[in-house]
Design a protein around this ligand. Structure first.
Ligand code: ZN
Length: 417
């Protein structure tokens, strides 16, 4: 079997679990996720790896290196999905990681450093409203408290679900890997955007992960009868909010050189009746980018337009920051390694920030981390329409294999703590 056939077959094997008419469904800490993890463990064991499951359910397979105490080079992604998901998000990255190990086995290569393949548990937020649970635990970012608070729609807490799956919450801290315990972490993922397609390139190196800043803006006007209130005395909260929405779009467009994006995806109009001039509008803004100053300029634009509307239209506008996560810049040396790996297989990579969160962003807290993207057709993901040609995963495996060789075969060996 060649590489392409192997990748296809392994993808099909994983996707034989949780397939439904409306899409793939392997939710966090469900039977389907357990089954696909068991399948992964079995395939890794067949590839000669030692497999263990950590205290929260991450599956970690290890191919020994020449130097046993050397810190491992890890590759990983996730096998869980959203409710009606596709076949490639996460799963593609796990399959490519396994393919790299199989290729090394085929060539009878033993690296200096051990190689670890990780299938992270519970990456998607669909069930508990919390994402990247497994990698959070590995990076020491998962508090026991948060596992009690996070609940699914049946009211089952994350803590209970973990217990039922055989991972009692008390051991969360044990899943943490110390800083420096890994030589590097690499993740390959589908892009979930259209930059690769648009540029005709095959691989992108992520420069960072653009964590969101989220705001809630409340525009207070005055509700009034739509028939009897003349236009000149109205305080229409929706027309004022509309100006803000357009301003947000314009401000983000002005920051396009920093690849900052801003979205208003939620807007609540009160009273929401056809015959009432809207008295209050609440809307939510999601701003993402790697450049903090650039994100700040978008926020400043909202503030200045708000004060204009307050004085011109007599509105009262309040803004609350719901969350403000720090963007994560990915390790520049690893980006260099990935660039070299691309060059050695004749690939000219694109450099983009990741607009979505991935396990790599947590791993970046404990070891030098790289994130590679392969194309996703029409940028569609979290949907059964999600598609990446197998050839693109083969190319991704070519790059990842070169990067792993570069990182795992060294003269100077760092000893694991
Ligand atoms: Zn994913």
């Amino acid at each position: 079997m060649n590489s392409k056939e192997r990748i296809q077959e392994t993808l099909d094997t994983f996707n034989s679990i949780g397939e439904r008419p409306e899409g793939m469904q392997r939710l966090a800490y469900t039977m389907e996720e357990r089954q696909v993890h068991d399948m992964f463990a079995e395939l890794c064991a067949k590839a000669g790896m030692q497999v263990r499951v950590d205290e929260v359910g991450n599956v970690i397979a290890r191919k020994e290196g020449r130097i046993k105490e050397a810190s491992p080079v890890a590759i990983g992604s996730h096998l869980d999905t959203v409710y009606t998901g596709g076949k490639y998000d996460g799963t593609g990255g796990v399959v490519v990681g396994l393919e790299v190990v199989r290729r090394l086995n085929e060539k009878q290569v033993m690296t200096d450093h051990p190689i670890e393949l990780i299938a992270f548990v519970a990456e998607e937020s669909s069930r508990f409203g919390m994402s990247t649970i497994g990698s959070k635990a590995m990076a020491g970012l998962l508090s026991e408290d948060s596992t009690e608070k996070a609940k699914d729609k049946e009211g089952i807490s994350l803590k209970q679900a973990m217990e039922r799956a055989g991972f009692p919450g008390a051991d969360i801290a044990e899943a943490k890997r110390e800083e420096g315990a890994m030589q590097a972490f690499l993740e390959l993922h589908i892009e979930q955007g259209q930059e690769l397609e648009r540029t005709g390139k095959k691989v992108a190196i992520a420069t960072g992960v653009a964590a969101p800043t989220r705001l809630e803006v409340i525009v207070q006007g005055r509700s009034a009868h739509s028939g009897t209130t003349s236009m000149d005395i109205r305080k229409d909260a929706l027309s004022a909010a509309s100006r803000l929405v357009l301003k947000i779009e314009e401000a983000a467009k002005q920051e396009s050189s920093h690849k900052t994006v801003a979205t208003v995806g939620v807007l609540d109009v009160s009273s929401g009746a056809m015959n009432v001039v809207p008295g209050e509008v609440a809307f939510k803004v999601d701003i993402r980018g790697l450049d903090i100053a650039s994100k700040q300029r978008v926020i400043a634009a909202i503030e200045s337009e708000s004060s204009v509307l307050e004085s011109e239209k007599g509105m009262t506008i309040s803004m609350e920051v719901l969350s403000d996560e720090e963007p994560i810049l990915l390790d520049s040396e690893i980006q260099e390694v990935l660039k070299g790996a691309c060059a050695s297989v004749d690939i000219d990579p694109l450099y983009i920030p990741s607009g979505a969160g991935h396990d790599a962003m947590n791993m970046a807290k404990i070891c030098p981390t790289g994130l590679l993207f392969v194309p996703s057709r029409n940028g569609i993901s979290h949907n059964p329409e999600e598609f990446t040609p197998i050839e693109d995963f083969v190319t991704g495996a070519d790059v990842l294999e070169q990067a792993v060789m570069k990182l795992a075969v060294t003269k100077e060996v760092k000893v694991s703590k």
